[in-house]
Design a binder for this molecule. Structure first.
Ligand code: F6R
Length: 611
């Protein structure tokens, strides 16, 4: 969703730092962009609807803008008011004394706006965010920090903000409540952003603000206080990935790069976490003794989108392997439906970004109800990772493409390791554990074998990409994989795709099948494959084209289908991972053939920080 960048330091090319930062945040999804700096003692603002490239044209080609020392920038994902030039950030008061960029939602903005208008302040936009600089103007009495905290105390809702003022041009004030802000600490310069992706080019030393923190950032000093102006101390963390990880490295799209990275990202997720002697997993972040593990009577996995699909695969793992009652709750449902949770319950919020608003709220609800909580997160230092208190990192590296790929396969792999650990501390015998540990170790190799079939998958994609409606069907571990396959196709190619349990098709959706509606059947060699074959026959009888994933060499499936994607022979438990990779490639090549904006699909945001 929206992105913030700010810079203060001695560089002569402040604008380039801001524009580069905005480009690195493009992946989050946005619809307009803007920058502001202080030029000859006055605030100068430029904003444009559409892509950062439009803004680039405005500041570099049409206006030859130069900012000295300080600047803030923003990419907006519209919530209040359409995505046009006026509603784009930065926003400022009527006299352009204060200028702010804001992520989040100000719930009481209408009341505040009304009060401020009565006092004579003039507003120009339809946004909620504009109240911030106007409130600061209202409270300013010679001390910017106090004016900002006074303004923030009025606000109900969420914010990550960066604000500059012509009265105190040597500082940026940043603050956070519910929307992340990271401060990159350089030498004689500071880069602030809503996401480390915009910071790592300049420094790996970062401070993550906590909710309620307000920081006054100058060239050589960072002072953090709370809303009551009481100093707080935050440690400087090290980001463990570099700028190369956030660049395309020769691939046409981030999505393809991230698909191809999966053998390595899964290796990183597994590294040091398997104990082959004992047939179990070592997940120190889980921070639970075998005794504590046996006390868990129920697991609730809560997440959204692709992360929820990974959780749905894990439901099978926990119940099959560890015999623990497991439920998956869409995070928004969990937070509002008053779930029955107690201290014998382990709640696992799963999130790639670690910032998804609904998943974060579900985590807080779980804490409040006294559950044990253990997060499964990719983004180190993110809010969910920090608030969970304990948990396991994916180590998948930054995922830039909006469509989640490597996070899904790493999530499934780590969840299988979690289930294995639980199972071994419950009833699973060591030899069974050893077999599973050995299979997990082979996942990167299975994935590599699928990637080597990219050419074949591309041909299948080209053959069927003109079909507007698709079905993805599977059973057991491959049922959530089918849901994930359908989600991938629809989000990047804009084709209509539905995922179903193969058994469910005949209860209604089969009515939609025609010779123009391909069915992608996940017919790998796992329990229930014979039933999937029967369901495929039912589709064939309705003339639907059949594309299948199947275990290498399975002639029975090949005979039934129009096209086949071979998956290496592997243990059924791990089959969702290589199968998901095949479906990612299928979606990617369909979207490419249709000329879609693969890394930044329309209407989507990488990190969904609103409800
Ligand atoms: C789909 C996708 C989304 C996310 C969902 C949750 O490709 O990326 O469905 O999975 O928005 O995001 P995280 O995992 O960051 O909480």
């Amino acid at each position: 969703m929206c992105g913030i960048v700010g810079y203060i330091g001695d560089r002569s090319n402040v604008l380039n730092v801001l524009m580069d930062g905005l480009r690195r945040l493009e992946y989050r999804g946005y619809d307009s962009a803007g920058v502001a700096g202080i030029v000859n003692g006055e605030i100068d603002v430029y904003k444009e609807p559409g892509k950062v490239a439009n803004l680039d044209q405005l500041v570099h080609i049409e206006n030859d803008v130069v900012f000295q020392k300080v600047g803030i920038a923003h990419t907006r994902w519209a919530t209040h008011g359409p995505p046009n030039q006026m509603n784009a950030h930065p926003h400022f008061d009527q006299d352009k004394e204060f200028c702010a960029v804001h992520n989040g939602i100000i719930e009481n903005y209408a009341t505040l706006k009304n009060q401020l208008q009565k006092k004579g302040h003039i507003f120009h936009t339809q946004t909620d965010s504009e109240v911030i600089p106007v409130l600061v103007k209202e409270f300013y009495d010679g001390d910017l920090f106090s004016a900002v905290t006074a303004a923030l105390r009025q606000i109900v809702g969420t914010y990550g903000i960066a604000l500059v003022s012509k009265h105190e041009p040597n500082k940026i004030i940043v603050a956070r409540k519910g929307s992340p802000i990271v401060i990159g600490v350089g030498t004689d310069e500071t880069v602030i952003a809503s996401d480390v992706a915009a910071v790592v080019k300049h420094t790996n030393n970062v401070i993550y603000l906590d909710d309620g923190d307000v920081a006054e950032v100058s060239v050589d000093n960072i002072e953090i206080r709370n809303l009551d102006a009481v100093p707080v101390s935050r440690k400087v963390d090290k980001v463990d990935w570099d700028i190369a990880s956030a660049e395309k490295g020769g691939f046409e799209h981030f999505m393809l790069k991230e698909i191809y990275e999966q053998p390595d990202s899964i290796k990183n997720a597994i590294r040091g976490r398997l104990n082959f002697e004992q047939g179990t997993a070592i997940l120190s972040g889980l921070n639970m003794t075998p005794g504590e593990l046996t006390e868990i009577e129920r697991v609730i996995i809560t997440a959204c989108g692709t992360s929820m699909h990974a959780g749905m695969v894990a439901e099978y793992y926990f119940e099959d392997l560890a015999h623990i009652l497991t439920d998956v709750d869409q995070a928004a449902e969990f937070r509002y439906r008053n779930p029955i949770v107690n201290n014998k319950c382990l709640v696992i919020p799963i999130s790639q970004s670690g910032e998804t608003a609904d998943t974060l709220a579900a985590l807080r609800e779980a804490h409040m109800k006294g559950a044990k909580v253990s997060g499964l997160v990719n983004a180190v230092g993110s809010t969910i990772a920090r608030e969970a208190g304990r948990g396991v990192y994916l180590h998948a590296g930054p995922e830039i493409s909006v469509a989640s790929t490597k996070a899904f396969t790493c999530q499934v792999t780590v969840l299988l390791m979690m289930a294995l650990k639980f199972a071994r501390s419950h009833r699973m015998p060591m030899p069974v554990g050893k077999t599973i540990a050995n299979e997990i170790q082979k996942i990167p190799d299975y994935v590599q074998q699928v990637i080597e079939r990219s050419g074949e998958i591309e041909k299948i994609a080209k053959k069927w990409c003109k079909c507007h409606d698709w079905f993805f069907i599977g059973r057991s571990y491959l049922y959530p994989t089918a849901l994930e396959g359908a989600l991938k196709l629809k989000e990047i190619s804009y084709l209509h795709a539905e995922g179903y349990n193969a058994a469910e098709l005949k209860h209604g959706p089969i009515a939609l099948l025609t010779e123009d509606v391909p069915v992608v059947a996940l017919a790998n060699d796992i329990d229930g494959k014979d039933k999937v074959l029967s369901n495929m026959q039912e589709c064939k009888a309705r003339k639907a084209p059949l594309i299948a994933t199947a275990t290498e060499g399975d002639q029975e499936v090949a005979d039934l289908t129009d096209d086949i994607i071979w998956i290496p022979k592997c243990h059924p438990l791990v089959s969702p991972v290589p199968t998901a990779v095949a479906l990612q490639l299928l979606s990617y090549y369909v979207a490419k053939e249709l000329g879609c904006s693969i890394d930044q699909p329309r209407n989507l945001a990488k990190s969904v920080t609103v409800e």
